[in-house]
Design a protein. Structure first.
Length: 423
């Protein structure tokens, strides 16, 4: 959808997609302006080509007259006028293409046909696992965590502000244990390549994965530099092959990375802001996959199952939710949220969003593959998902495995990493 040359042919599909997202009223003027700009762009291109052709004829006639010893002053004057006209039209063309590009970058992806139409109320639970613990007598994780010395909310706020957490003792070790456990499973069993990536990225990277320009106000930017702290390792990992052509024989491919993540917008004031539920800095293991269009659906299921397996091994009751078109993220074509049950707060907490973007990100980042030697390159499909995000997993562990005496039993799979069976 980001190629101006095919924009007009896709407008009706785009309008239907925005209607399903419940954003047509909001985005219709933008789409209409895009259609007008694309028509203007084509008109100006034709005018430029016509004037360049006329200038070529003019130049040839000037050369002929000079060779014949004839005056060419009038032709030289008209040739200069044509040159000035071409320069003016090319300036107009550049302005129209720049505005059209900005419009295209601010229009969301079109969701896939199996995504429910509507808003949050149309989200669909498609899979459940485990028996949610009753809320009776279960204390919220922030009480248990601070009582057991696992994290220090007050000192985190003193050091950095609200939404920043200090993990201490076994709490710090639990964070490290989760990182190692998640990555080990993804690499050794699921076949991902482990990468360690920068947490600072440039504007091109953030644009490629759709964080910019739409969500720039939610990003932490570096002063005096056009650089940003990443909101997720999705950004640097997906951009590993920006502006490159991949050998199609290597697809599909998976990458996994741990990173700290930074988000200025951590939720509405007073909503889910206590404890570890919404924070400005958090740790996460991220999965990213590249595949061909034909592999897209299978790879989305694969990615989602890779995350679910971790929750099953941790013994945390959870559910898979297929998000509606109106609740699906800006760049995603389909998204499954994985939610764990937290009995201490009596809520389902999202710990992973597993999304397929079709070729939406790849078009912005120019990530292509060559199906076979000599064949024309195509855009890859990109997918990503948390595998998993730490804060809410920790909250779930503290509440699900909480004992009457205030201690917390450590899930068996984490004990070799943690070196303890009780928190």
């Amino acid at each position: 959808m980001h190629d101006p040359r095919v924009f007009r042919e896709q407008v009706e599909l785009l309008r239907e997609g925005m209607r399903r997202r419940q954003k047509l009223d909001e985005l219709a003027p933008l789409i209409d302006r895009g259609v007008a700009l694309e028509l203007e762009r084509r008109t100006v291109i034709q005018a430029v080509e016509e004037r360049k052709a006329a200038r070529n004829v003019n130049s040839q006639e000037v050369a002929r007259r000079k060779k014949a010893g004839e005056s060419a002053d009038e032709l030289i004057t008209s040739g200069r006028a044509l040159g000035e006209e071409i320069q003016r039209l090319e300036t107009e063309l550049a302005a129209a293409e720049s505005e059209l590009r900005d419009i295209l970058l601010n229009i969301p992806n079109v969701t896939l046909a199996d995504v429910p139409e509507g808003g949050e109320e149309a989200n669909k639970v498609v899979r459940t696992w485990g028996e949610p613990r009753k809320t009776d007598g279960v204390r919220p994780h922030w009480e248990i965590g601070e009582e057991r010395g696992l994290f220090d909310l007050a000192r985190g706020a003193k050091i950095s502000g609200s939404g920043f957490i200090v993990f201490r003792g076994l709490g710090a070790r639990l964070t490290r244990a989760l990182m190692n456990f998640f990555i080990d499973v993804h690499v050794r069993e699921h076949g991902y390549e482990e990468v360690w990536v920068p947490v600072v990225v440039n504007r091109a990277s953030m644009t490629g994965t759709t964080q910019l320009p739409k969500f720039e106000e939610d990003m932490y930017a570096l002063r005096d530099e056009d650089l940003f702290l990443i909101p997720t390792a999705e950004v640097p990992v997906t951009n590993l092959y920006r502006d490159e052509i991949i050998d199609g024989a290597t697809l599909s491919r998976g990458f996994v990375a741990y990173s700290a993540c930074f988000r200025r917008e951590a939720g509405a004031a007073g909503k889910d802001t206590r404890g570890l539920l919404r924070v400005h800095e958090f740790d996460k293991v991220e999965m990213v996959r590249y595949c061909t269009p034909e592999q897209g659906d299978e790879e989305h299921e694969r990615l989602t199952r890779n995350a679910e397996i971790l929750l099953e091994r941790l013994g945390l009751p959870h559910r898979r939710v297929l998000l509606s078109a109106g609740d699906t993220g800006f760049g995603a074509a389909r998204c499954y949220d994985l939610e764990i049950w937290a009995p201490g707060v009596g809520k389902w907490l999202e710990v992973s969003s597993c999304s397929t973007f079709s070729d939406f990100q790849a078009r912005r980042a120019n990530i292509r593959y060559r199906p076979a030697p000599g064949e024309k390159p195509r855009f890859v499909y990109t997918l990503n998902g948390s595998g998993l995000a730490f804060p809410r997993v920790i909250a779930g562990i503290l509440e699900h495995y909480q004992q009457p005496d205030g201690t917390v039993t450590v899930p068996e799979v984490l004990r070799p990493y943690l070196g303890a069976s009780v928190l």
